[in-house]
Design a protein around this ligand. Structure first.
Ligand code: GLC
Ligand code: GLC
Length: 814
């Protein structure tokens, strides 16, 4: 069952009924100001950091779900009937409803009682504000007298404090209203130099800034007293809960229409220009005035929306394809790239599942996000690499997360996730392959934000590898620390205390538990590092690393192979995890993926064997589950993984992030049919038709789909912010379609299904546009390249001379 459809031409998903199984959301914003918005206008916005600078309130886990957002009420002032044109919060049965989620904007249109509205929400490219562009049209044969009420509820900035510290917060709220503009200025009197504003292009008939005055006592957003009465009380909030609500009146002739702009924004003043007059407590609005004047003009608002659309077109032009499969085309051309950009921007901080409070920018997460993001805006990727490495510790370890506002490592989570540092090597290598910008390796960057500790980025990468090498366990495999990629395989935690963090509590000394996953990742990181060193002429450590990697490979073959698949780990007692010998958790997906990615077992048949085991034991119609058999009870020696009921999350859920590793691995053994089959099983567009089962948005990946052990097998959860986005993008574009940046040029090595006779792609790479046509002449994966009509040896199109900007590539597969 579907709840909408893809409009591929306009790059929109069009939702046709408001009560989707879960709120289906979109992201607004690209630079510093962001919002999340559902298909019924729920959600919130923030400046840079969803915890520390949240502008509007959103109550997670609320009932009815997804109440709280960017709301309007329309009221027929003759009959007194009122409704929400975005369905929430009044939930009036609308005569028509449609929500188009587009790239960086959401447009909700509806009709009720002969009044048509269309409401576009977006954050313009370069300003810290949301625009709500409203068009109201009277399709009745008679004149209509309408009231429009807007409403947002302000958050008192720190979302964590806002939701907990009521003894203080119910007394601190402050606002100002000037020329019809509502300013939220809680704590501006003291240490904050920023405020929020909510403005409207039309003259007001009234306003409200105190929540209770708007709603009336004991009422909810669905039945606000002021709206019912058709009159706002011009309340000024002192303490309690500041809101912003405007009242405007529109009289529309038959067929008549009107445009109204609302803007909700964030503004900072310098410390010595906070007040005007200086000795007063009144906000100095001087530097804000030009911004207000610009955006309150509907013509400017409309131009900035089309600027935003052009911006997206330009980003996506970097890689467009035409393949025989519609689901592949729309994910690659639009939605997967868009999701990758979102995960890059937001990391794992703010979604409808991530509260924006708990988690900042993840070290391993962001490095992986980069793999899919780097071609979209390389310059931003560069900055992220530098920011991440500035949170690395001198011993090579890394803070697991950093806060986006401060860019400092998060002490509450700390370090010792022993896979973390290695991802920096992969992220940096991907950046250099994309851009050819070797200068990044010479950038001098601090450790742990400490001035004076600067070394080159290349030295940071050396420290990353060293970190693994000096933390080897009894089998010479890398020690796991708090966890490796799987945050929930906590082999040193041994937690018996409810509520203790599985990730940070450690009740064992950590000198025994080892990870085969990190071993595989190390081999992969060394490959990338050796490539870097060879290319930048810094050869002295190459043989050291190669020897270490060879040794690691032998160790994996000896102590990390279980007969039919790669082992997962050794626990604190030196006992195998992910082995035939185990009763539960006999086989895990992660080492099968990462070891084959690192090239292990390809020549000796272990890779094919491991992937066959994956197919037999982990593959389901809804994707590949993380391990089998699921853990049926809590294991003290394994930690959080066994805290989830079977089939959910890391305990045998389809943890989608891992699936593309297997897709890539299948391409590495030449199996395009299998790779593409796995790709399709979790492709959200390919699952659109079963939206009543999948339940999450059909245009983006979710972190997890419930596995076969769960009662809700096939149900997705935790959509949007997941490494699944980047890795699927890499799997389909670089390994299945096979168009892959390398240091020497653009590699073309498709491993596509046998029944694909042809596909085409346009890839902009290092300033050159490649028009690529792949044609199948035989059933295999052998590639013969023709560049501008000339056959060339090998699979890599060399970088053309500087004056060439267009290259035609034909790849014949036999
Ligand atoms: C979450 C985390 C990621 C981790 C994964 C598996 O997605 O953000 O860092 O690798 O879970 O536990
Ligand atoms: C939980 C989740 C896991 C995530 C981790 C991050 O353990 O199950 O997916 O990576 O939190 O801290």
């Amino acid at each position: 069952m579907r709840f909408g459809y893809f409009d591929d031409r306009n790059r929109e998903y069009v939702i046709t009924q408001p009560d989707t199984p879960l709120p289906w959301i979109n992201y607004l914003g690209n630079q510093d100001f962001f919002g999340i918005i559902s298909n019924t206008a729920g959600g919130y916005c923030f400046y840079k950091d969803a915890r520390l600078r949240r502008l509007t309130r959103y109550r997670y886990n609320n009932v009815p779900m997804d109440s709280g957002g960017r709301y309007l009420y329309l009221r027929d002032d003759v009959s007194g009937a009122y409704w929400s044109p975005t369905w929430q919060p009044t939930q009036t049965q609308l005569d028509e409803y449609q929500c188009c989620h587009g790239l960086g904007y959401t447009k909700i249109s509806s009709e009720f009682l002969g009044i048509r509205t269309s409401l576009s929400y977006f954050i313009p490219l370069d300003d810290n504000l949301e625009v709500w562009l409203l068009e109201v049209k009277n399709s009745r044969p008679t004149k209509v007298i309408l009231s429009v009420f807007s409403c947002v509820e302000f958050c008192l900035w720190d979302a964590q404090d806002d939701a907990t510290n009521f003894q203080r917060n119910l007394s601190t709220g402050e606002v100002e209203v000037e020329n019809g503009i509502i300013y939220h200025k809680t704590e501006y009197r003291e240490r904050r130099n920023h405020f929020a504003y909510f403005a409207c292009s039309e003259p007001l008939s009234g306003f409200e800034t105190q929540r209770e005055s708007f709603l009336g006592p004991y009422r909810g957003w669905d039945v606000p007293l002021s709206v019912e009465n058709g009159h706002l009380n011009n309340s000024i909030a002192h303490g309690w809960s500041p809101i912003g609500s405007h009242h405007i009146k529109l009289t529309l002739a038959p067929g008549g229409s009107s445009q109204v702009v609302f803007i909700l924004g964030y503004h900072e003043n310098s410390a010595d220009h906070k007040f005007n007059p200086p000795e007063s407590q009144t906000i100095n609005k001087e530097s804000l005035e030009p911004i207000l004047a610009a955006y309150l003009d509907p013509a400017h608002a409309i131009t900035s929306l089309s600027d935003l659309q052009q911006y997206w077109e330009a980003r996506l032009r970097t890689f467009q394809i035409a393949s025989p499969d519609v689901h592949t085309n729309r994910m690659v051309n639009t939605w997967n790239a868009y999701q990758v950009m979102t995960t890059y921007n937001i990391s794992r901080s703010a979604s409808y599942y991530e509260s924006g409070i708990g988690r900042g920018i993840g070290f391993r997460d962001s490095n992986q996000d980069l793999l899919g993001f780097v071609h979209l805006i390389p310059i931003k990727a560069r900055q992220r690499i530098l920011d991440l490495s500035a949170t690395q510790l001198e011993n090579g370890g890394a803070y697991h997360q950093y806060q986006p506002m401060t860019k400092r490592g998060n002490d509450a989570v700390g370090s010792n996730f022993n896979d973390d540092p290695l991802w920096l090597v992969l992220g940096t290598a991907a950046y250099i392959k994309e851009t050819g910008d070797w200068s990044i390796l010479d950038e001098r960057i601090v450790f742990n934000n400490l001035p004076g500790s600067e070394v080159s980025l290349l030295e940071h990468l050396h420290r990353s590898l060293q970190y693994t090498l000096i933390r080897l366990g009894p089998h010479s495999l890398p020690l796991i620390g708090h966890a490796d990629w799987n945050d929930c395989l906590n082999l040193n935690t041994f937690s018996e205390m409810p509520g203790e963090s599985f990730q940070t509590a450690t009740h064992r000394d950590g000198t025994v538990a080892e990870s085969v996953f990190i071993a595989g990742l190390f081999v992969l990181a060394v490959k990338e590092m050796v490539d870097l060193l060879q290319n930048c002429g810094s050869v002295d450590k190459i043989s050291l690393y190669q020897d270490a990697a060879d040794k690691m490979i032998r160790t994996i073959y000896t102590h990390g192979w279980d007969g039919s698949w790669f082992l997962r780990a050794y626990d604190n007692y030196g006992v195998k995890i992910g082995s035939q010998d185990c009763e539960e958790g006999k086989i895990f997906i992660e080492p099968q993926g990462i070891c084959v990615l690192a090239g292990l077992g390809i020549e000796n048949g272990m890779a094919a064997r491991a992937l066959k085991s994956v197919n037999m034991l982990l593959a389901t119609q809804h994707g590949l589950v993380l391990q089998q058999p699921a853990f049926s009870h809590y294991y003290l020696n394994l930690g959080e993984i066994s805290s989830y009921p079977p089939g959910y999350k890391e305990n045998a859920g389809v943890f989608c992030h891992t699936n593309p590793w297997i897709m890539i691995a299948e391409t590495m053994i030449g199996n395009g049919d299998q790779a593409f089959d796995y790709y399709t099983r979790i492709n959200p567009s390919a699952r659109e038709a079963i939206s009543e089962i999948h339940r999450c948005e059909p245009y983006v990946y979710a972190q997890m789909i419930a596995g076969k052990d769960a009662p809700s097998f096939g149900e997705a959860k935790n959509s949007w912010l997941t490494g699944t986005a980047a890795w699927n993008y890499v799997a389909i574009t670089q390994f299945i379609l096979g168009i892959r940046p390398s240091h020497a040029g653009l590699t073309i090595q498709p491993v596509i299904p046998k029944d694909w006779m042809e596909f085409q792609a346009v890839r902009i790479f290092r300033g050159v546009e490649y028009h690529i046509r792949v044609i199948r002449h035989g059933p295999g994966n052998i590639v013969q390249l023709q560049v501008n009509g000339q056959s060339i040896p090998g699979i890599t199109v060399p970088i053309p001379p500087a004056d060439i900007h267009l290259v035609q590539v034909e790849a014949i597969l036999t």
